[in-house]
Design a protein around this ligand. Structure first.
Ligand code: FUL
Ligand code: CA
Length: 682
C-alpha cells in the first residue's frame, strides 16, 4: 500500500515537471541567419567613396580616380565610434552608383588602386574589415547594382563583372553579415564614355536568383538586403521610420528591387506575407548620405534621433544609421557628438526594467515551461503562451505599490512566427481598468511611448492574433524626460510661442535677460514682444525639479506693420525660416509702416537642402520716403555657403521708414534668394 502511494506521488511529480509541447509555428518563420541578425537591432552605414570628394550625392561615373584623396583616413575611428554608440556592425559603400570601388579589384581600373591614397597600394575594404574585427563589430557591404562608369552596364557582360566583384568582396574579407543591394537602377551615366541613358529591366536584368545563389554559396550567414529581400527589406523611406503596423512577413514573390509603388504597397509587410523578410530602417545622420561641408550644422538633433530610434527599433525594424564620412576620412566631430547623445539617452531610457518587480499572472498558461514568469526573466528564449485554439490572452502585473512609467516593451518569440495583431495596455484605477495605450503588431520588438502613468497594477490584453500568442519578454520603463530647452517660434505679429519639448514639462521665461527659474513667468500661451528684447527660457520637470539649460532668444521689432510690393514678398517677413523669395532684380524693398531708429539688419539665407542664390555681397540702404535711399552698409557675408545661418550686420544709428537690401553678388550667380529679413533697433 505504502509503495503504491509513493509510486503515484513520484509519477505525478514527474508528470508535472515535464515540459508541455511547444506551440506549433505560424508560417512563415525566420531562417537561423535572420534570427541571429534580428538581435543586432542597431548598426551603422558608412557612405564614403568618390562622392565624398566630388561633393555629390550621385556621381555620374566620369570622375577621375585621382580625386579620391583623403588626408586622414582612419577606418578604426569609424569602428570605434560605432562600437561606443552601441552599434553591432558597419556597412560600407564598397561601390556606389558612380562605379568607383574601394578595394583593388582585378576587374576595373576605376578603383582606389589608381588613387593617390597610399599611392594606390591601399585596400579600404580590408582595413575596415580589420577595424570591425578589432572593435567586435560585424562587417557588411553595400554594392550598387547600377554602375554609371562601366562601359558594359545594360549588357549581359556587366552581370559577369558584377558577379566577379561580388566574389572578390565575399571571399577575401572574412565574414560578411549583410550585403546591401540598392534599388536605384538605370538612367543616364558616363558608361565608359558613351554618356547616354541606359534603362534596364529591374526585374530580370541582374538575374537575381543566380546572384542570390552566389552570395549564399560564398557567405551562407549573410543577410541580403533589397526592396524585395530576400532576407531583409527596405522600410520604404529614408527617414528611418517603420510603420505602426509592421509585419516581418512579405509577399516576396510580388516584389522586386526598385519597383514603383513599393513604399505604399509593400513596405509595412503583410499579415499573410509568404516569406519572412523583416524591415530595416535606413537613415542618414545628416540630410545627405555623403559628406558636404555645408551640412556640418545640419546633423540630426537628439530629439530627431530619438524619434527615429522609437519609430524603427520600437516598431519591429532594425535601424541602420549612416555616417557621411568627411573628406579627411573621419566621422565628423558633430556626428560623433550626435550619435553619442542618442546612445546615452537610449541607455538612460532603458536603464531599469520595472516589470520584474511585479508579480505576474496570466489569463491562462500553456503548461510547464510556458509560464508567465518567462516574460520577466530577461531571456528571449523562454516565453509565455496559451493552450491551442485561442487568439487572445492577458497578462497582469501587480506591483504591490505605485510605480510611475511611460514605456512598454514587448517581444514575440519570432522563431515560431509573428502573430499578434492588436493589444492594449491598461492600468487599474480603483476597481476598473483604464486604457493607457494600444498597439497593433509586436514582432521581434515593439515599444510604446506614453505620458507618465502612476499605478500599482496593470495588464496587457492581446486582443487579436493570428494564432495563440507567444511572448518572450515584457518591459516597463520610466524614461527620464528629455530635458531640452523649449522650442521657440515667433509670428509676423511678434507673438512668441515657447513649445515644451515633452508633455509633462513646464516652461518658464524672462524678458529682461536675467536667468529664468520657477519664480519667473510661467509660459501658458503665446505672448507679444514688439521691441528689441532678450528672452531667456527653460524647461522644468515639475515633479523632480530638474531644469534644462536655458535658451537665449534675441528678438527685435515685430514685423506686423511691414509691407512690400515685391511679388511673394510676405515670404521674407513671415518669420518662417523655410519660406523664401527669389528676386530676379536681386533686390528687396520693405516699408516698415512707421519711422524707426535702425542700428542694423539681419539676413537669413534660404534653408532648403539644395539652396541657390545665397547672397555673398550686399548693399543695405535706408529711406524715409521710399524714393531717396541712403547706403548705410555694404560688404560680404563670409562663409555663408558652408554655414547658411542668419547674418547680423550692425551700422551707425539712422532713422528710416523704408529699407532696401541688394545682392551685388550671389554664391552661384543665380537670382538672389531671401528666407527672412529683420532689423535691429538697439
Ligand atoms: C539610395 C541611394 O540612391 C543613395 O545614394 C544611398 O546610397 C541610399 C542608402 O540608398 O537608394
Ligand atoms: Ca523570456
Amino acid at each position: 500500500m505504502r509503495n503504491t502511494l509513493w509510486f503515484v506521488l513520484l509519477l505525478s511529480l514527474s508528470f508535472c515537471s515535464e515540459k508541455a509541447a511547444p506551440p506549433s509555428p505560424v508560417l512563415p518563420v525566420p531562417e537561423p541567419r535572420q534570427i541571429a541578425w534580428q538581435e543586432l537591432e542597431f548598426y551603422g552605414f558608412v557612405h564614403f567613396n568618390m562622392n565624398t570628394f566630388s561633393d555629390r550625392e550621385w556621381g555620374f561615373g566620369d570622375e577621375k580616380p585621382e580625386m579620391f584623396n583623403p588626408t586622414d583616413l582612419q577606418p578604426r575611428q569609424w569602428a570605434q565610434v560605432a562600437a561606443e554608440a552601441g552599434m553591432k556592425g558597419l556597412i560600407i559603400t564598397a561601390k556606389h552608383h558612380d562605379g568607383f570601388v574601394l578595394w583593388p579589384s582585378e576587374y576595373t581600373e576605376h578603383s582606389i588602386k589608381n588613387s593617390p591614397w597610399k599611392d594606390g597600394k591601399g585596400d579600404l575594404i580590408k582595413e575596415l574589415a580589420e577595424a570591425c574585427e578589432e572593435y567586435g563589430l560585424k562587417f557588411g557591404i553595400y554594392y550598387s547594382p547600377w554602375d554609371r562608369n562601366h562601359p558594359d552596364y545594360g549588357k549581359p557582360e556587366y552581370i559577369t563583372y558584377m558577379r566577379n566583384q561580388l566574389t572578390e568582396l565575399l571571399t577575401n574579407y572574412g565574414d560578411i553579415f549583410e550585403v546591401w543591394f540598392d534599388g536605384a537602377n538605370g538612367g543616364d551615366g558616363y558608361y565608359g564614355g558613351a554618356n547616354e541613358v541606359r534603362k534596364v529591366d529591374k526585374k530580370t536584368y541582374y538575374d537575381w536568383p543566380s546572384v542570390h545563389a552566389l552570395v549564399r554559396e560564398l557567405q551562407p550567414g549573410a543577410m541580403m538586403f533589397s526592396d524585395a529581400g530576400p532576407d531583409v527589406r527596405w522600410v520604404g523611406n529614408e527617414h528611418g521610420f517603420a510603420y505602426e503596423t509592421t509585419w516581418s512577413n512579405l509577399m516576396r514573390d510580388s516584389v522586386y528591387a526598385g519597383m514603383p509603388g513599393y513604399p505604399e504597397k509593400y513596405a509595412s509587410g503583410q499579415e499573410n506575407g509568404t516569406h519572412w523578410v523583416p524591415a530595416e530602417s535606413d537613415v542618414s545622420i545628416r540630410p545627405g548620405w555623403y559628406y558636404h561641408k555645408y551640412e556640418d550644422h545640419k546633423v540630426k538633433t537628439l530629439p530627431e534621433l530619438l524619434e527615429i530610434y522609437y519609430k524603427s527599433i520600437g516598431r519591429n525594424s532594425s535601424l541602420l544609421i549612416n555616417f557621411p564620412v568627411d573628406t579627411r576620412g573621419l566621422i565628423h566631430e558633430n556626428d560623433v557628438d550626435a550619435i553619442m547623445k542618442l546612445a546615452n539617452k537610449v541607455k538612460e531610457d532603458f536603464a531599469n526594467n520595472l516589470a520584474p518587480q511585479a508579480s505576474a499572472t496570466a489569463s491562462e498558461e500553456r503548461g510547464t515551461g510556458y509560464e508567465v514568469e518567462n516574460i520577466l526573466d530577461g531571456d528571449y528564449e523562454t516565453y509565455w503562451s496559451t493552450s491551442d485554439g485561442g487568439k487572445t490572452g492577458e497578462i497582469s502585473l501587480d506591483f504591490g505599490n505605485e510605480i510611475t512609467f511611460n514605456r512598454l516593451l514587448l517581444q514575440e518569440y519570432t522563431p515560431l512566427g509573428q502573430r499578434v495583431k492588436s493589444f492594449v495596455l491598461e492600468m487599474k484605477n480603483k476597481d476598473s481598468w483604464e486604457k493607457i495605450a494600444e498597439g497593433t503588431t509586436i514582432g521581434y520588438k515593439r515599444i510604446l511611448r506614453f505620458p507618465d502613468v502612476t499605478a500599482s497594477a496593470l495588464r496587457i490584453r492581446i486582443t487579436d492574433s493570428k494564432d495563440i500568442p507567444v511572448i518572450s519578454e515584457l518591459g516597463i520603463y520610466n524614461a527620464p524626460k528629455l530635458m531640452l530647452p523649449p522650442a521657440y517660434s515667433r509670428n509676423k505679429a511678434g507673438e512668441i510661442t515657447l513649445a515644451r519639448p515633452e508633455t509633462g514639462l513646464e516652461v518658464y521665461y524672462t524678458l529682461d535677460g536675467s536667468a529664468p527659474s520657477t519664480e519667473s513667468s510661467r509660459y501658458t500661451a503665446p505672448f507679444l514682444v514688439d521691441k528689441a528684447s532678450t528672452i531667456k527660457a527653460i524647461s522644468v520637470n515639475p515633479e523632480s525639479g530638474e531644469k534644462s539649460e536655458s535658451i537665449t532668444i534675441e528678438v527685435d521689432l515685430a514685423k506686423a506693420k511691414w509691407t512690400t510690393d515685391q511679388e511673394n514678398g510676405e515670404r521674407l517677413m513671415d518669420e518662417n525660416r523655410h519660406s523664401y523669395l527669389t528676386s530676379n532684380s536681386n533686390r528687396v524693398t520693405i516699408d516698415l509702416g512707421e519711422e524707426v531708429k535702425l542700428t542694423g539688419f539681419t539676413y537669413l539665407p534660404m534653408q532648403a537642402r539644395y539652396p541657390s542664390g545665397f547672397i555673398t555681397n550686399y548693399v543695405f540702404e535706408v529711406s524715409s520716403d521710399g524714393r531717396n535711399f541712403q547706403q548705410v552698409a555694404a560688404g560680404e557675408f563670409s562663409n555663408i555657403v558652408n554655414s547658411p545661418i542668419e547674418q547680423l550686420i550692425h551700422f551707425d544709428a539712422v532713422k528710416g521708414k523704408f529699407i532696401r537690401l541688394t545682392a551685388t553678388k550671389t554664391a552661384d550667380g543665380n537670382a538672389a534668394t531671401f528666407a527672412e529679413i529683420g532689423v535691429l533697433t538697439k
